[in-house]
Write a protein that binds this ligand. Sequence first.
Ligand code: HEC
Ligand code: HEC
Ligand code: HEC
Ligand code: HEC
Ligand code: HEC
Length: 636
Amino acid sequence: MQQQTGVMRGVARGVAAFGMVIPLSGVATADQVQVPTTAADFYQPGTQPEPEGLQVFTESWNCLSCHNFEDDDNPDEITSPHINWAGTMMAQSVRDPVWQAAVVIANQDAAGAGEYCIRCHSPKGWVEGRSSGGDLDALWAPDDYDGITCSFCHRMVDPIASMDNPAQDEDILQSLLDAGTYPDPAFPGNGRFILDPVDDRRGPLDDVGINMHGASQIWYSPHHMEASICGPCHDLGNPVFSYNESTEKFELNSLDAAHPTQNTYHMFPEQRTYSEWLNSEFAADGVAFPDGRFGGDGHPDGVMKSCQDCHMPKTHGANCSFWYLPEIGARDDLDVHSFAGGNTWVIGAVHDLYDPQYTALTDDIVDRSMQRTADMLAAASDMDVVQNGGQLEIRVTNWSGHKLPTGMPEGRRMWLNVQYLDGDGAAIEELGAYNWLTATLDEASTQVWEAKLGVSEEVADLTGVEAGESYHLVLCDEYLIDNRIPPVGFTNAAFEAIHAAPVGAYYADGQHWSDTVFEIPADAETAVTTLYFQTTTRDLMEFLRDANVTDNRGQIAWDAYVARGMSPPVVMDAVSIDIDPFEDTPGDLDGDGVVGVDDLLILLSHWGSCGGCPADLNGDGEVGVDDLLLMLAYFG
Ligand code: HEC
Ligand code: HEC
Ligand code: HEC
Ligand code: HEC
Ligand code: HEC
């Protein structure tokens, strides 16, 4: 009953306008045992909840009156920080229905695990002390629901002292050292941020004429121009596991105790975006893009280094409504708060589910955000396609600042779709076909790039969940596959050291591309090749819906996913080439130039009804004696 009142109050204050959260009986699945973790297991250094002298974070709507406007001297790009921020996943990281559904599963799997999730996804709620037990209903709506707020980022403190930083940083860092919670910068991630307890505004500008923030001071902070400001949240290890050098496996720690070494690289690597970047050429000398695909029209040299270079493109214009006239306030080096990544649909789902009064979203903002994401994904890769005799050779090159795809390992994937057309433009064969009605992919026939996590036998025995491939995020302790394409500057040794080396795939040092070869069917005159990206798989969404025994958040997420077209794949690259006539030896099924025993075995393995498959040499829809005789005629 009490929970009901909580929900009602929440609705009144701006929680889900359309998908009302209803608690279920809360009976755990018959055979699953919840891991009895406590807050201690998820402890991380950095600023702790409710630090001494904490001033609450000013809510983002307080920034609306000045940092929200449409007109400035840049007609091509909205520069208003607030309008842009509202359309990002970071501004909506609590309203995100997929996230909420996943937190419920995390709490079911390991007691109170949700507290850790809230740390990064609602840092305001966490620091102000509303996360204990991982209870989503304890967060304040609408304020905590604003996720990564303006004030939060603009109160972040550089963990490394420098003369250029605000003078009070020395005391802030010293207080963490005194309390034993100073986070070692050598081990990034896990929400180990350091915050200014005072509600001031730090940023990249060192020439602000007058402070219009009332009692809040403005401080020049070079840290805001460094990638390391993104590091605390864009690297994520599960502290419940430790890497055992001798077994070369991640093993469960003793419970009700903090991780023994607090070395984030010894924890199970769930996301390694920041470390992938740190071990790439971007973090070293940077990578030049003469084609201007990243960085915006105001980037000084087109050389991409930091996260901000690509994710906060530079342009000209204003950042405050009173300052937009060119003669008084327009700047040439504005950072667009667009933070576009790989999430193509959830921003729309948030817009569908919540009252715009709280999300600050409009149809225009959602459309622009989705367009920016599509542009980002198109810029992420290049695809080259060539014909080599009877083979189609496809190279996909990663130009992003980390693995492609990066971030969330669950559900994100990329694949090749190849369609061969005959002289009349009719389709002869399709590889990697995607069924848009059922949101399923014919994975077997094509190349898919993805990561798949798994639960080991040990954890399965302990918890009763099934061993093998799994979406039980907090219980996963192994990678079954990770063939995501590494970034420029990749080396195996460096990626092994951060436990982010490829699994089930091989990339040579320096290789930031992936090659795939397909057989070209006889009669093909055109090959149309498309590289697709998908944010969320149907499998993941079904899991979040069906494994939930706590409330209907999994169902809400599923319904939102269906309403938004089941995470429609987006095109990253598309290339069409004409096929030149080539020598085709009937029966050379493995494409090695000769018809031999291997080809015979392939043919026999397809014996029977087999419409359109290569072993059906005479094309009658059956692999049979006629095909065998045809093959033998060319044997040797
Ligand atoms: C995820 C962190 C993050 C969030 C959230 C965020 N900012 Fe920023 N902001 C930055 C960073 C980083 C920079 C500096 C980027 C650089 O110079 O490379 C910046 C720059 C600025 C600037 C300086 C002008 C400019 O464009 O360079 C202003 C003003 C600003 N932000 C206001 C806001 C407001 C208002 C909000 C909320 C509506 C907000 N920021 C949300 C990280 C953030
Ligand atoms: C260290 C910070 C951090 C912690 C702790 C954290 N996350 Fe996240 N989470 C992120 C970041 C960063 C992303 C964005 C990655 C991306 O877009 O690929 C993300 C993305 C996600 C997404 C994808 C959302 C979508 O719309 O596709 C889900 C689901 C998620 N997190 C669930 C969780 C759960 C459950 C927990 C707790 C067990 C958790 N996260 C803890 C940082 C964190
Ligand atoms: C009354 C108007 C007003 C309000 C309200 C306001 N700002 Fe500002 N803010 C400004 C002006 C003006 C500047 C300076 C712009 C310039 O010089 O380009 C500025 C600059 C900033 C900067 C850049 C500081 C630097 O050194 O880089 C940040 C960060 C910032 N504001 C954050 C916020 C946040 C967060 C809020 C809401 C909690 C907020 N502001 C509310 C007017 C306002
Ligand atoms: C307080 C933690 C935090 C900080 C600091 C932070 N992020 Fe994030 N970021 C998140 C979370 C959480 C998400 C995922 C939200 C979701 O999908 O629900 C995210 C998502 C993103 C995305 C993915 C958007 C998409 O389409 O999937 C990008 C890009 C991003 N952040 C860039 C940055 C950059 C650049 C910085 C540094 C200037 C930064 N973030 C700092 C927590 C953070
Ligand atoms: C050279 C440009 C570049 C740099 C540098 C870069 N990124 Fe990205 N990032 C991209 C592109 C392109 C994508 C879209 C492809 C993808 O999702 O992997 C992307 C996607 C993302 C996503 C979304 C993943 C998802 O599945 O939604 C996150 C989060 C992210 N980047 C964070 C960061 C952080 C943090 C840094 C710095 C440590 C960084 N990026 C540096 C280009 C860059």
